[in-house]
Design a binder for this molecule. Structure first.
Ligand code: ZN
Length: 269
């Protein structure tokens, strides 16, 4: 269709495979027939994860239709580079107190099965696997987990889960509500990702990678988990307990994260 200078042009809009709106039109000059494509990123809630533990929640004035229940995660590394960690859909659930007691308010939960299990660009990377049926993590807690995993840069993190799709604590524990308390296997020093018991009958504390575990715990602490539970263990006749953790029964095979109090800054664009 020919356009005159005064005629307002409208480009037909479609959406590409990544969900970005795409506008296509042809230049009006009869001598130029190249197609012009304008691709605009969708406007959606975006969490920007800073290395100091801060999480900025950026909410645009208008959210692109279709992205009302999607959150984008960006990691801002030490040198100021952005890392696109993906866009994830959330579901809303009722807020709960420990013991699955319903209270006022709602929480946003993201399915960890859909979260990219690996990321690597330059020397910024993470890698994790799931060993759980408690697949749902809170939207902010996911930002914290990304931050902690990227700071540590390990590829053998094993998550033993957070909550179920209702935000309930399931499987024998009562505190894993709202997708904020999580469990993780201890990190091993033998290059494998199997379970590791620090004590009791199957205890192999010499396989604990104390150095890497300490780095991961510090990162988890900075990104919001102010309290953690683990278990006393003995190496070379010396009793030890991981820094920033408390000894608690049944925690000889996993680190438990709780006391979630992240530093969140809200920005309305
Ligand atoms: Zn736990």
């Amino acid at each position: 269709m020919a356009h005159t200078a005064t005629e307002r042009r409208k480009a037909p809009q479609s959406v590409d495979v990544r969900g970005c709106p795409v506008f296509r039109w042809r230049l009006s000059s009869s001598s130029i027939t190249d197609e012009v494509i304008c691709r605009l990123p969708p406007q959606l809630i975006t969490y920007v994860i800073h290395t100091d533990g801060k999480i900025q929640r950026r909410t645009p004035k208008e959210i692109t239709p279709g992205f009302e229940e999607t959150i984008a995660y960006i990691y801002l590394d030490q040198s100021g580079h952005n890392h696109d960690l993906g866009k994830y859909c959330f579901i809303e659930a009722r807020r709960h107190l420990p013991g699955n007691v319903e209270v006022e308010g709602s929480v946003r939960l993201i399915d960890l099965r859909k979260v990219h299990k690996k990321y690597k660009l330059g020397n910024v990377s993470y890698g994790f696997t799931l060993n759980t049926s408690r697949y749902y993590i809170g939207d902010v807690a996911l930002a914290s987990l990304f931050g902690a995993m990227l700071e540590a840069g390990y590829d053998d993190v094993v998550c033993n889960g957070f909550s179920d799709h209702l935000g309930h604590s399931v499987g024998g524990s009562s505190s894993h509500v709202n997708g904020t308390n999580g469990d993780f296997r201890y990190l091993r020093n033998d290059g494998t990702v199997g379970p590791l018991h620090l004590a009791e009958a199957e205890g192999k504390p010499h396989l604990l990678d104390e150095e890497r575990q300490a780095v991961f715990i510090e990162a988890l602490y900075r990104f919001g988990w102010k309290s953690m539970l683990s278990y006393r263990y003995v190496i070379d006749g010396k009793e030890k307990l991981l820094k920033r953790t408390r000894h608690f029964r049944n925690h000889h095979h996993h680190l438990h994260l709780q006391g979630y109090a992240p530093l969140v800054e809200d920005i309305h664009d």
